[in-house]
Design a protein around this ligand. Structure first.
Ligand code: CA
Ligand code: CA
Ligand code: CA
Length: 459
């Protein structure tokens, strides 16, 4: 036999060899009738097969159970080689006058007799014929059904477990849960599912770039590949306010309007963000303008109810008529209880008063096109009897721009019972970006008195 020996087997063999050298030293000696029933090899063969199934070597490189048992006999055979030469099936050991089978050993007790080693059957019962047991023929040799049982003379072996399985202490091939280590080799962003004999990787949550899963994009964003790297970009109709695209806002977001992410909200106004720009609309009865001093458009009217001149100022330069009365008055109010009173003294036929309205002193401009500027206007002399003689002798009210350019004139209706006029200045053709306008009141005759204006709306 040429099977692998173990240390234990070698020691055992030495003991057996000592016994054999005593009991079987005479080649001419004949063994008694074989005693198969008590043949320790025969009984151990069965055990050998059984032990093989418990082969922890698993690796299948050897069947330790069967081989070990067989080795004991094998060693004996080797030691007894000097007894060879007797007649027999294959020229085996001479044992008490009997020639054992080649594989058999000579057992000295209770009387020298041939013994087939473990892993061999002894069909004659006397050790003169030893036949290999095909352990694999029964129950796959006790090997796991997933592996190949390989029969060998006097032994057998179980092949290694297939990929995806490992052998447990009982010799069975059990599935390896690959997911327990390194997520089974799957991308860290996907689920690893253990399967019998393998594992399955789930799908990337969104996108795969260069073989790696991209993380789920934040809200309002989409993942995309830049080369082989994952990147994030805002969804269509969304934009970011910084280089970090993780936070994206709807293009219509009035709190993040345009590339500068301007805050559109204004008091009293309904803000919208369209094409990256803020725009506003005012409710019924309110007009849109910039109110001094914050310079922001609000929905309001100049009605001086705050008891301030609300940003209006006498433009001294070029003014030829003003007696210093420029204040909030309680006379001739048409909206609430206050109006703006402007003194006017025209000593000759070309009196002018310019009233400047800084619409947006912060520099912001208002689009004045296709709107209209309206106001209630009342003028009286010191005696309170002579209205501002507009529409007479060429007297007029004009609206001028910041640089003195004339935007257009204003018309008034006929005075009502208290000599008040409703003026309307069409803004057709006015600039789209105006931060300041000037109302110019001019008379072409000698006139002095006070003008009261109230309820000025840009609508
Ligand atoms: Ca065998
Ligand atoms: Ca598995
Ligand atoms: Ca008022």
């Amino acid at each position: 036999m040429k099977t692998t020996k173990t240390l234990a087997v070698v020691i055992l063999s030495t003991a057996w060899a000592t016994q054999l050298s005593t009991a079987c030293s005479s080649p001419g000696r004949t063994f008694p009738e074989p005693q198969g029933g008590s043949n320790p090899g025969g009984s151990s063969q069965a055990g050998g097969g059984s032990a093989g199934t418990a082969n922890t070597g698993g690796a299948g490189t050897s069947s330790t159970g069967g081989a070990s048992a067989g080795n004991s006999g094998d060693a004996g055979s080797g030691d007894g080689g000097s007894l060879d030469g007797g007649a027999g099936d294959s020229g085996g050991v001479g044992c008490d006058g009997v020639t054992c089978a080649t594989e058999a050993d000579c057992s000295p007790t209770p009387a020298p007799h041939c013994v087939c080693p473990n892993g061999y059957a002894d069909p004659r019962g006397d050790g003169t014929l030893c036949e290999d047991i095909d352990e694999c023929a029964t129950d796959n040799g006790g090997c796991d059904p997933k592996v190949t049982c390989k029969n060998a003379p006097g032994s057998f072996s179980c092949d290694v477990c297939p990929d995806g399985y490992e052998q447990n202490p009982q010799g069975a091939c059990v599935d390896i849960n690959e997911c327990l280590v390194d997520n089974g080799g799957c991308d860290p962003l996907v689920a690893c599912s253990n399967t019998d004999g393998g594992r399955a990787c789930g799908d990337c949550p969104s996108l795969s770039c260069g073989g790696s899963c991209c993380p789920t994009a934040p809200a309002n964003s989409v993942a995309q590949c830049q080369g082989n790297s994952c990147a994030v970009a805002c969804k269509t109709n969304y934009h970011s306010c910084s280089a970090d695209p993780a936070t994206c806002y709807p293009n219509s977001d009035t709190k993040h309007c345009g590339a500068s992410c301007a805050v559109c909200s204004q008091p009293n106004a309904t803000a919208t963000c369209t094409a990256g720009a803020c725009s506003y609309s005012c409710g019924s009865g309110l007009s849109l303008g910039c109110l001094y001093p914050d310079g922001r458009p609000v929905c309001s009217r100049w009605d001086f109810e705050s008891n301030t001149v609300e940003g209006f100022a006498i433009d001294v330069a070029g003014t030829t008529a003003s007696d210093g009365r420029f204040l909030v008055s309680t006379k001739h109010a048409t909206s609430g209880s206050r109006s703006l009173a402007i003194g006017f003294v025209s000593a000759n036929s070309s009196g002018i008063v310019d009233v400047k309205i800084p619409l947006c002193p912060g520099g912001q401009g208002l689009n004045l096109q296709d709107r209209k500027l309206t106001m209630d206007f009342y003028a009286e002399t010191a005696t309170g009897t002579t209205p501002y003689p507009v529409n007479r002798n060429g007297n007029y009210v004009t609206v001028k721009g910041k640089s003195g350019e004339t935007f257009g004139g204003c018309d008034s209706d006929t005075p009502d019972a208290d000599q008040a006029f409703a003026w309307e200045c069409s803004t057709a053709g006015w600039p789209q970006d105006t931060s300041e306008i000037t109302l110019r009141f001019r008379v072409f005759e000698k006139w002095s008195g006070t003008m009261y204006i109230d309820n000025i709306k840009l609508q």
